[in-house]
Design a protein around this ligand. Structure first.
Ligand SMILES: [Fe+2]
Length: 252
């Protein structure tokens, strides 16, 4: 009995925090996408991630032509509001903002106009694609992004169901120049079994260079906090290094 409790305690210590301290993908800024609705909710989400060991946040609100036409101005205003509220609440954290760009006609327009895009770090651009249909000409789009000096990240490739019967696509996305970012909760049953299978495949084949919470709301937070899930994150990710933004930015 004594040994059982001792073992339990040690496991809790190992898995008490998330396996990285900088979160590069979240929707914690208030009122500008489908993430946090207001600044009070943002503080709850941020505090929750801080309790899990996150020390640095790079918030990434959606930019989607048909839904959230965020701009550097709307994003920076929400960032400043959040920073002020954190300071007032005595929360000592580092928080910056970029965006998660949906590869849609609006994004292609921004690219064509060479509008300066919001990056996670230096030239690193977080992108996602539609959950219903893959974009046509993704190779050409990737080449255009890279030709403009950006290093594209594909957010949560494991969540695109149309890729699940074609696991070779993940290496192909890398050949196109995308760095792959897996969502932590994809490693659990949160998004379903086929997403979990794809996420594990991507990690175990060493195809992912980034992981993130993609935190939108309290349900994500409680799943991230669940000790059973935290053990899974550590088990699957092991000692691999993720989120080395400096080395991604420097890659030719
Ligand atoms: Fe996201």
């Amino acid at each position: 009995m004594f040994n059982f409790f001792k073992k339990k305690k040690t496991e809790e210590n190992i898995y008490s925090s998330l396996p990285f301290s900088t979160d590069i993908h979240s929707h914690i800024l208030p009122g500008i996408d489908d993430g946090s609705p207001d600044v009070e909710s943002s503080l709850i989400l941020i505090r929750g991630l801080m309790d899990l060991g996150i020390q640095k946040f790079i918030a990434t609100p959606h930019i989607i032509g048909d839904l959230y036409r965020n701009t550097p101005q709307t994003i920076n205003a929400a960032l400043e509001e959040t920073k002020t509220a954190c300071k007032k609440a005595g929360m000592n954290i580092e928080i910056s903002a970029a965006a998660e760009y949906m590869i849609d006609d609006y994004f292609l327009e921004l690219l064509k106009k060479k509008s300066p895009l919001l990056t996670l770090h230096k030239n690193i651009l977080l992108t996602e694609i539609s959950y219903s249909t893959p974009p046509v000409n993704l190779e050409t789009i990737a080449a255009t992004i890279i030709a403009q000096g950006y290093r594209p990240i594909m957010a949560h490739p494991e969540r695109y169901h149309f890729y699940h019967n074609n696991p070779d696509i993940y290496s192909h996305l890398k050949e196109m120049g995308f760095h792959l970012q897996v969502n932590l909760l994809s490693l659990t049953d949160y998004y379903g079994k086929s997403v979990k299978k794809a996420a594990k495949f991507i990690i175990q084949k060493e195809l992912a260079s980034l992981v993130g919470t993609d935190l939108h709301h309290k349900y994500h937070l409680s799943a991230l906090t669940d000790p059973k899930n935290r053990a899974i994150f550590h088990e699957v990710l092991g000692n691999r290094t993720f989120n080395d933004l400096e080395s991604i930015a420097d890659q030719k």
